[in-house]
Design a protein around this ligand. Structure first.
Ligand SMILES: Cc1ncc(C[n+]2csc(CCOP(=O)(O)OP(=O)(O)O)c2C)c(N)n1
Ligand SMILES: CC(=O)[C@@H](O)[C@H](O)COP(=O)(O)O
Ligand SMILES: [Mg+2]
Length: 629
């Protein structure tokens, strides 16, 4: 068969290929990635960069006996193609199709699931120690990007590896990019190693010799390289100081070199790190020229890389524009991102206020404490972190910000369903995890203009606050020239009514309005409330409608457990109001990837599903003659 990729049913088939065939396989994989992802969307740039690395890993090691742990695992598409999922690859990130990340339930070759950065080294170490304890001999290989080393967890693991195991392989896939350019001292350190010709040359030769002449000559060369590095880089090679033997930097696209090196590393009885230099987006010129955009995106033209022009401004863009305006008016306003300037749109803020823009790397915990520190000196930090990634910083929110009542603003982008990325990225927990923290207010805008008002409110608020807004576009409400301060804990009454009151939080307000229309067609008088605040909830509003109406309904793009509906229930209960509360939101399970509308329909987050759910209560209301039907 001419197409080698199609003959790979399992990684065992890769081992039968000659070197020229492996090179052909790499080219075929690139071709497949570019074309297939152009239809599905996905993380094309990171995957084009790890084609040879992944082939070489599968050529030398034996999954599922050996375990591969990929950091974030957005770069696991090649691994999926080589582990029996080639025929399903066109379904990646599609409803019911392959997940865009490693998923233990998807394949025995996916030894560890991820989606958040910085977990690979810890997970791999756990596996290595478990293997050692049970007398196993399998290999554990962690592959992590250069930006994963801006994350604290990677260093917590590094601190632990050498004292815990003698057999673990770390592959540092260094392409100098996070989603944006990688930042900070670590990025500079990697850059110094890579651009030092002495070190690079010696290591390249050492690695090349490993396969051909065995370890002795190579070790000698490696030592010389290390000495050179010591003189040039500082007191010692960073990883060596952590007790990992460092190999590299070497060309991460040189298949024979990678294969020889992995064969050598496989024999080592000491923890090792291989520093592979790769080019993100390799083989696809439009992506090489626009690395940020092609890190991860929706469908594109496979020849030109063109994407459909976006029309309406996203919530992220409204956020960044509003923050830029606030910063113009108030020189204490600063913006902080944890490696997401593109996703949060702080890219728009950066050129306007360069000295008040901070990208701290993939370091959410640090971002929050850093903000707390700035707040103690009179600054007003707006920390833009996706809802799902802010989960990382819960303790810092509690211990550093809220306990000290510091005026930090958490701008939680992607609050609600994320869509194609799936359960690792849905932002469905922030109300629950923040509602329990004293001193914090939690706001949810119904539209773009209200987001701007909430940011202004947060700027004026002397304590900590959080605002969640969804991925993508809102209803398209124009933003006023001058934002208005909102009364803390006060809901907006969209429409008054007598029989049923519907509280539609944020993105669910349109569904609440649709539900109201359905009920009104049945002659029921409905109040519609835009709650604005998930904390503090408007107790007076709950009391008024709880006493007047026969039913309260809450709708939220959030888990039901501990969410906004729970807050309304608690509030009603505290006021000894026994009116039933029907809550619409996500059930107590992890929601798969898929199209948001379809998932909402499947899980009952629609007006129709809500109507079904409240039918029994309407019957009771009618029986009690509260409604004349
Ligand atoms: C905790 C966390 N914060 C932010 C992100 C968003 N994110 C996904 S991939 C990525 C960059 C990863 O860069 P690197 O590890 O170097 O891999 P590359 O894409 O360059 O191969 C970021 C910031 C995340 N997945 N997890
Ligand atoms: C892998 C990762 O975490 C990011 O690349 C994420 O996929 C971005 O999601 P958005 O497209 O919502 O910005
Ligand atoms: Mg990188």
């Amino acid at each position: 068969m001419s197409n080698i990729l199609e003959t790979i049913e399992s990684p065992a088939d890769i081992k039968k290929l000659s070197l020229p065939q492996l090179e052909t396989l790499a080219a075929e994989i690139r071709e497949r990635l570019i074309h297939s992802v152009s239809k599905t969307g996905g993380h094309i740039g990171p995957n084009l960069g790890v084609v040879e690395l992944t082939i070489a890993m599968h050529y030398v090691f034996d999954t599922p006996t050996d375990s591969f742990v990929f950091d974030v695992s957005h770069q696991a598409y090649v691994h999926k193609l080589l582990t029996g999922r080639e025929k399903l690859f066109h379904t990646i990130r599609q409803p019911g199709g392959l997940n865009g990340f490693m998923l233990r339930t998807e394949s025995e070759h996916d030894s560890y699931g991820a989606g958040h950065a910085g977990t690979a080294l810890s997970a791999a170490l756990g596996m290595a120690v478990a293997r050692d304890m049970s007398g196993g001999s399998e290999h554990i290989v962690a592959l992590a990007g250069d930006a994963a080393f801006t994350n604290g967890i990677s260093f917590e693991a590094l601190n632990n590896i050498a004292s815990q195991t003698k057999r673990m392989i770390v592959v540092l896939n260094d392409n100098a990019w996070s989603i944006d350019k990688n930042v900070g001292a670590i990025a500079e350190y990697f850059h110094k190693i890579v651009t030092n010709p002495t070190i690079a040359g010696l290591h390249e030769r050492a690695s090349g010799l490993i396969g051909r002449f065995g370890g002795k000559t190579a070790t000698h060369l490696r030592k010389k390289a290390e000495e050179a590095a010591k003189g040039l880089i500082g007191p010692g090679m960073l990883f060596e100081e952590f007790g990992l033997t460092y190999f590299g930097p070497l060309d991460g696209h040189n298949l024979p070199l990678l294969i020889d090196t992995f064969k050598f590393l496989k024999q080592q009885n000491r923890p090792v790190i291989l520093h592979a230099i790769t080019q993100k987006s390799r083989g696809f010129q439009p992506a090489i020229e626009q690395q940020k955009k092609f890190h991860g995106l929706g469908p594109y033209n496979a020849e030109t890389g063109e994407t459909k022009p976006t029309g309406q401004k996203t919530y992220s863009e409204i956020f960044a524009e509003s923050l830029s305006k606030l910063a113009t008016a108030n020189d204490k306003v600063v913006a902080i991102t944890a490696a997401m300037p593109n996703g949060t749109a702080l890219d728009l803020f950066r050129p306007l206020h360069p000295t008040r823009y901070f990208d701290v790397g993939i370091a959410e915990e640090h971002a929050v404490i850093f903000a707390a520190g700035m707040a103690t000196k009179g600054y007003k930090p707006f920390v833009a972190i996706y809802s799902t990634f802010l989960q990382r910083a819960f303790d810092q929110i509690v211990h550093d910000v809220c306990l000290q009542e510091l005026p930090v603003v958490f701008c939680m982008d992607r609050g609600g369903l994320s869509g194609d990325d799936g359960p690792t990225h849905h932002g469905l927990f922030d109300i629950s995890y923040l509602r329990s923290v004293p001193n914090l207010i939690h706001m949810v805008p119904k539209d773009e203009d209200e987001l701007a008002d909430m940011m202004y409110t947060a700027m004026l608020h002397p304590g900590p606050s959080a605002i969640r807004y969804p991925r993508g576009v809102g209803p398209g409400t124009p933003v006023k020239v001058k934002p208005e301060a909102l009364a803390i804990g006060k809901a907006e009454i969209i429409q008054d009514g007598e029989d049923v009151a519907i509280f539609g939080l944020g993105a669910m307000l349109p569904e609440a309005i649709r539900l109201a229309a359905m009920l009104e067609r049945e002659g029921i008088s409905v109040a519609i409330v835009n709650p604005r605040f998930a904390k503090p909830v408007d107790a007076a509003c709950v009391e008024a409608y709880g006493k007047r109406c026969g039913l309260l309904v809450t709708m939220e793009d959030h888990v039901l457990a501990g969410g906004f509906g729970s807050a309304i229930l608690e509030c009603a209960n505290d006021q000894e109001i026994a009116t039933p509360v029907v809550r619409i939101g996500w059930p107590d399970e992890f929601i798969e990837h898929g199209k948001p509308d379809a998932l909402r329909a499947k899980y009952g987050l629609t007006a129709e599903a809500a109507l079904d759910k409240i039918q029994p209560y309407l019957a009771t209301l009618r029986r009690a003659h509260m409604i004349t039907s």
